[in-house]
Design a protein around this ligand. Structure first.
Ligand SMILES: NC(=O)C1=CN([C@@H]2O[C@H](COP(=O)(O)OP(=O)(O)OC[C@H]3O[C@@H](n4cnc5c(N)ncnc54)[C@H](OP(=O)(O)O)[C@@H]3O)[C@@H](O)[C@H]2O)C=CC1
Ligand SMILES: O=C(O)CCC(=O)C(=O)O
Length: 417
């Protein structure tokens, strides 16, 4: 992983690449590349031994022209102000590409959750929710899960917010447990949109998903579910990894069994696979489909030169550096971008928010059917734009669609001159 690439600079470059195909005035272009505001705060938390520790935390609100800010909260030692700014921009363009009525937001705390007890994490999360309270709300900014957060953290944030506001407002946050107003299908939604994007991509490229070999980097929420759903469609998942390394079986792993083993021990390499590989070896395997599902900058230009997959579907946000993108475009590798492929998470978050506001809950079948419609429509719009405008790659096509929508909402809504 190339640590030196600043994800905020990557976002800015991606916007520039797409804006070159649109009629954007220079002052407006700069607005498309910066968040509206960033909250930076320090949280003081009492640890179990009675000592006090300070944690740095952020929330970036990128663009609110299309609706309330929306996006996850990440707990990771690598969280930084620029990372959160980039992730909030990717959220704004993601919501626009699938045409759901939100702007983009993202938050994070600089913390390795493995180093803290559940009680400490609860105090940390409630401290963050207290800081966020004035700037979130179902019509203002709606957080959700991201790396190392899930139902448990979302429930704590909802409870803290509702207690402080003396209200019931489940739509203040999504990704909750069903008992707290969560939607059916939200846990699986990100992996499901990755599978749907891969299915549509293979169809578009006139390739067969059945029997296709797949490698997945990152075996958390997004990666493990994408692997399972791809396997259900007949693909052969030959390699999966986490921060411990990769499990590899050229005849195909059992995605669910690997997940169960990881749940027990914490590491995919503890699964009894014929071979283990490094993450770099996984990313350069000769497979039909590569799914990066870990963090930003997993593939830089050097590694991109060695990628042997024909198709990449991005489950993670920002897994390719802009230089890697250029190399892969040059090498004719088809890359289906994060802002479409992982948009299932925020789309089902949107469904959760709609259900919370209506106090009327949908079946899992309805959630999955509506999600499929959103992703397939967005895929078709992306590929039509790619062809009609003769664009260099699918990422640029996705940004052309998204920027055009954000621009029109910002200008016509009177947000920008
Ligand atoms: N959850 C969601 O709804 C959404 C998530 N995403 C994006 O998907 C990506 C993954 O998120 P999510 O699945 O939620 O996060 P999780 O925390 O559930 O999983 C992250 C996975 O990535 C692995 N990982 C971390 N660093 C490395 C590394 N250097 N090499 C290999 N694997 C690594 C982790 O390994 P280990 O277990 O060993 O720590 C873990 O398996 C992120 O980019 C996120 O922003 C996008 C849309 C929605
Ligand atoms: O569900 C959401 O609102 C956001 C999910 C997210 O953080 C992402 O798509 O990167």
């Amino acid at each position: 992983m190339s640590e030196e690439i600043n994800p905020f600079e990557s976002l800015r470059e991606q916007v520039d690449d797409a804006a070159a195909h649109l009629d954007v005035r220079p002052g407006t272009l700069e607005r498309l590349k910066r968040p509206e505001r960033v909250l930076e705060t320090n949280l003081s938390v009492e640890l179990d031994d009675g000592s006090i520790e300070m944690f740095r935390a952020y929330r970036s609100q990128f663009n609110g022209a299309r609706g309330p800010y929306k996006g996850g909260i990440r707990y990771h030692p690598g969280v930084s102000r620029d990372e959160v700014k980039a992730l909030s921009g990717w959220m704004a363009y993601k919501c626009a590409v699938v045409d759901i009525p939100y702007g983009g937001g993202k938050g994070g705390i600089v913390v390795d959750p493995d180093d803290y007890s559940e009680a400490e994490l609860e105090r940390l999360t409630r401290a963050f929710a207290t800081e966020l309270r004035p700037i979130i709300g179902e019509n203002r900014d709606i957080p959700a899960p991201d790396v190392n957060t899930g139902r448990r953290e979302m429930n704590w944030i909802k409870d803290t917010y509702e207690t402080l506001e003396n209200t019931t407002e489940p739509g203040v946050i999504t990704g909750k447990a069903p008992e707290s107003g969560g939607s059916a299908g939200r846990v699986e939604a990100t992996g499901r949109s990755v599978m749907l994007t891969a299915r549509e991509a293979f169809d578009y490229l006139e390739k067969e998903i059945e029997g296709a070999t797949v490698a997945v980097q990152g075996y958390g929420n997004a990666g493990s579910i994408a692997a399972k759903l791809l396997e259900d469609r007949g693909a052969s998942v030959v390699a999966v990894s986490d921060s411990s390394g990769a499990a590899y079986d050229p005849d195909g792993l059992d995605a669910q069994a690997v997940k169960e083993r990881k749940d027990e021990t914490g590491d995919v390499v503890d699964y009894d696979a014929p071979e283990t590989l490094s993450n770099e070896e996984l990313l350069t395997l000769d497979v039909d489909l590569l799914v990066p599902a870990a963090l930003e900058n997993a593939i830089d230009a050097d590694l991109a030169a060695d990628v042997r997959a024909d198709v990449i579907v991005e489950a993670a946000n920002g897994p390719l550096t802009p230089d890697a993108d250029d190399v892969l475009t040059e090498r004719d590798v088809s890359v289906f971008p994060d802002i479409l492929a992982n948009a299932g998470g925020v789309t089902v978050s949107y469904f959760e928010w709609v259900q919370n506001r209506q106090r009327f809950y949908w079946s899992e079948q309805r959630v999955n059917d509506e999600l499929e419609t959103v992703i397939v429509d967005a895929f078709d719009r992306l590929t039509t734009t790619f062809e009609d405008r003769d664009l260099p790659n699918f990422r640029t096509a996705a940004y052309v669609v998204a920027i055009d929508r954000v621009l029109r909402a910002s200008e016509q809504g009177g947000v920008w001159p």
